[in-house]
Design a protein around this ligand. Structure first.
Ligand code: TXA
Ligand code: MG
Length: 350
């Protein structure tokens, strides 16, 4: 397949209307177009057509039991595709448009193929102006998983998308880097509480602030490894995701102990690579060390994380990657979750 790459302005302003309109038309007619959102790039198709969902699974090489998120441009439209409740509207009022996906019982117009056979559907209203213009012009809900090949880190730049999906989709809207850099917060919305299935830009603290901690549960899948026999609430969380080719080991200990451990490995393990906070790279080989952001700035870490994980695969002969165990505060919980998954929850005390 010949993939058309259309460069657009980062802010999705009017001069790019033509490119966005063409991508919208492509989706409406059953084709696939990649577009930027504030979290990660999405691989969009018409969520009302089972055929489009099948094409999405094929393009990503994704197991078809892993449901897709549908993207809308106005809160009111959720009612068409799902059974909403007052808690849903409270959350939408507070956090949409933005990095929040809500799971509700689905209506029949959403094909089972889109939801991987589940009777629920995940819905998100993104903030990015290109994404919103695209969904509005497509005039259908847009099913969009992250625009990476299955098993690769989610793409946070146009370059990541081109490397993964060139030749596999009809169009790519190539914009700027994603401002948040980790995928949206996923919540299962019940009558009087929410279950956090994937942490993201809308944080646990944000949710507790709005609803009270007694109405917010963090699913164990966020911070712990699930056994092979467990059927998770969110099918996507069971797959080994975000993992560089070399094994990742996260180090738990004081700043000094972690730094000392890394310096020792740098000296005795030539094929070791290192992921460190900006202030911690001293004494490590510069060609094998990537910086994640300042220790005290989890938003910066979220933005850089996936590019770092991809960059380790571009380094030659890396046999093992050592990284820090992030804090679980704020968007730090999302960084913790993605890194812990990349490491297969391999955490070493030092
Ligand atoms: O930020 C994002 O959410 C990006 C952008 C493009 O919007 N999309 C994204 O989609 O990350 P994806 O497909 O890579 O991740 C969706 C996650 C998966 O873990 C999936 O299993 C879960 O949401 N999910 C989707 N529908 C679900 C449902 N009905 N029940 C439970 N989990 C669901
Ligand atoms: Mg994904």
């Amino acid at each position: 397949m010949n993939t058309e790459i259309l460069t657009i302005k980062e802010d999705g302003s009017a001069s790019d209307d033509c490119a966005i309109r063409r991508a919208a038309e492509c989706i409406r007619r059953g084709g696939l177009a990649v577009f930027p959102t504030e979290t990660v790039y999405g691989l969009g198709g018409n969520a009302l057509r089972a055929e489009a969902a099948k094409k999405i699974y094929a393009a990503k090489g994704r197991p078809s039991d892993n449901p897709l998120i549908i993207h809308i441009d106005e809160t009111e439209k959720a009612e068409r595709y799902a059974y909403t409740n007052p808690l849903f509207y409270r959350l939408a009022e507070a956090f949409w448009p933005g990095p929040l996906t809500m799971i509700l019982k689905k209506r029949d117009c959403i094909p089972d193929t889109v939801t991987g056979g589940m009777d629920t559907v995940a819905i998100r209203l993104p903030q990015n102006p290109t994404a919103r213009a695209l969904i509005r012009m497509a005039d259908v809900p847009v099913a969009a998983p992250s625009a990476n090949l299955s098993g690769h880190p989610s793409p946070t730049t146009g370059e990541h998308v081109v490397r993964d999906l060139s030749g596999r989709v009809d169009m790519i809207l190539y914009g700027g880097p994603c401002s948040i850099g980790v995928e949206s917060t996923v919540l299962k919305v019940e009558e009087d509480r929410v279950i956090l299935l994937r942490p993201g830009g809308v944080t646990y603290e944000d949710l507790c602030g709005l609803l009270g901690p007694e109405h917010v549960t963090i699913d164990t899948i966020v911070t712990e490894k699930v056994g092979e026999d467990v059927k998770p609430l969110s099918p996507g969380m069971k797959y080994r995701h975000y993992a560089p080719v070399a094994p990742v080991i996260l180090l738990q200990g004081t700043e000094a102990a972690v730094s000392a451990f890394m310096r020792e490995r740098a000296a005795d393990t030539p094929n070791a690579a290192f992921l460190v906070y900006d202030e911690d790279g001293v004494g490590l080989p510069s060609d094998r060390t990537l910086t994640l952001g300042r220790r005290s700035d989890p938003s910066a870490q979220a933005k850089r994380l996936f590019a770092c994980l991809r960059a380790f695969d571009d380094m030659e002969g890396v046999g093992v990657i050592y990284g820090p165990l992030p804090s679980k505060e704020g968007i730090g919980l999302a960084v913790y979750n993605r890194l812990a998954k990349a490491a297969g929850f391999s955490i070493k005390e030092v």
